[in-house]
Design a binder for this molecule. Structure first.
Ligand SMILES: Cc1cc2nc3c(=O)[nH]c(=O)nc-3n(C[C@H](O)[C@H](O)[C@H](O)COP(=O)(O)OP(=O)(O)OC[C@H]3O[C@@H](n4cnc5c(N)ncnc54)[C@H](O)[C@@H]3O)c2cc1C
Length: 384
């Protein structure tokens, strides 16, 4: 089963990067991914391997050692192959730099960019983004973690939660309140592991994304150099919103790839599993289920490609990306649900890929802005 054959969005460079990622996933990730899922983490040298292959630099500026930030389909091609690991948690944790780093190279000082970005895209350091707080994640404008200027430092107090790469990142891009209530009082600070007053919690136990370390962060009179402010004070909200665009596109890719893998596993299974004297594929109900699944996957994929095309052309695509994320996440939930059903009892077993895909899928309507928040964005475009 392949996607639509008609138009290719990918050029030779994209295909080359895709090949690199595919081979790496087959050789270095797939043999271990089940163990990593059970362990709730994966070895740190996987970051350096990915860095050496150039996979971490995709989407980041060439001037800082990356592959450039504008080639959206390069990112899509490599993300599709990383998702072939079958572990959303692995992909999310390896990719936390894609949400943590852009504010640094977009609005951070040149000195900070030079110090931080090359090390992260080489895989020597890990970057994370910390917006969500125990009091809420959807209402970003009302976050409570406070940073008060004290000479040439900020003193930070508060907490963050559900942070991907939370237990082992080296650099955290942290949203803080420096000013008035509401979106106009939000800033971003880069906070380094080891800064006095900054601690991280144990990995949180989750429904899915097991290979990803998700954690709470605590700041108690944490003194952060004022030079670590990213962009002008109180301008963080717009930077956060800009950051969400590429994150949501990536989540859409994760959605249709999760569904694609569940579909492929199901297609193989229905040919070998025999019930009532014939393979499952010979039961029309099962065939039609697979036809529906294939239709959903292809539409989710093709619409995401349309969004990527708009973004690559520098066109505004906020509404479209919100639609793509919602649609692909819904497709992923529905297709993985059907895949587990097709596998019967085996679909409920931890050894089945579809079991993991089903659990991992549930996050996609929550992370990076929930289904409801995407619908709020879409409603505004409808004039509501
Ligand atoms: C595995 C995992 C990894 C994550 N990684 C990160 C990370 O790296 N960095 C980070 O900052 N955050 C991260 N998050 C947090 C994630 O972004 C938030 O969980 C998400 O934004 C929702 O926030 P919340 O959980 O506080 O839910 P809430 O904001 O409390 O919302 C609860 C429910 O109410 C709905 N709701 C809220 N407001 C409205 C409204 N106006 N209209 C209708 N419905 C509404 C929501 O859609 C949701 O269904 C992660 C979460 C998980 C589970």
């Amino acid at each position: 089963m392949t996607s639509s054959p008609s138009i290719s969005y990918f050029d030779a460079t994209h295909e080359q990067a895709r090949d690199t990622a595919r081979r790496w996933v087959q050789q270095a990730i797939l043999p271990h991914v089940q163990d990593w899922e059970e362990a709730g983490t994966f070895p740190r040298d996987i970051y350096t391997q990915a860095g050496e292959l150039g996979l971490l630099g995709i989407g980041h500026p060439q001037s800082l050692g990356g592959a450039g930030e504008s080639d959206v389909f390069l990112k899509v091609a490599v993300s599709e192959e990383l998702m072939r690991s079958g572990s959303g948690g692995f992909v999310a944790s390896l990719g936390s730099l894609d949400i943590g780093l852009p504010p640094v190279w977009r609005v951070g000082s040149q000195a900070l960019q030079d110090e931080v970005v090359p090390q992260v895209i080489q895989g020597h350091k890990i970057s994370a983004l910390a917006i969500t707080e125990p009091s809420g994640g959807s209402d970003v404008a009302n976050l409570r973690t406070r940073a008060v200027r004290d000479g040439d430092h900020y003193i930070v107090n508060g907490a963050k939660t559900f942070i991907t790469s939370g237990t082992r990142a080296d650099y955290y891009t942290v949203a803080v309140r420096t000013g008035e209530p509401g979106f106009g009082g939000v800033s971003l600070l880069l906070i380094e592991r080891g800064t006095p007053g900054f601690t991280t919690g144990q990995p949180l136990r989750k429904m899915g994304w097991w290979a990803s370390d998700t954690a709470e962060l605590f700041f108690q009179d944490c003194r952060v150099p004022a030079t670590h402010l990213l962009g002008p004070e109180n301008s963080g909200f717009m930077t956060i919103m800009a950051n969400f665009q590429s994150e949501r596109l990536s989540l859409a890719v994760m959605g249709y790839m999760t569904a694609q893998m569940a579909l492929e596993a199901s297609l193989a299974y229905v040919k070998e599993r025999v019930t009532f004297g014939k393979p499952l594929s010979k039961h029309q109900v099962i065939r039609h289920k697979l036809a529906e699944m294939a239709t959903q996957v292809d539409i989710a994929r093709q619409y995401t490609y349309r969004c990527a095309t708009l973004m690559a052309a520098g066109k505004p695509a906020i509404t479209e990306v919100s639609m793509a994320k919602n649609f692909a996440a819904r497709v992923s939930d529905e297709v993985t649900h059907e895949a587990v059903q097709i596998f019967g009892g085996m679909g409920y077993m931890r050894e089945s890929l579809v079991e993991r895909l089903y659990r991992d899928s549930r996050l996609l309507s929550i992370g990076g802005g929930t289904h409801e928040i995407m619908n709020e964005i879409i409603s505004k475009q409808l004039g509501l």
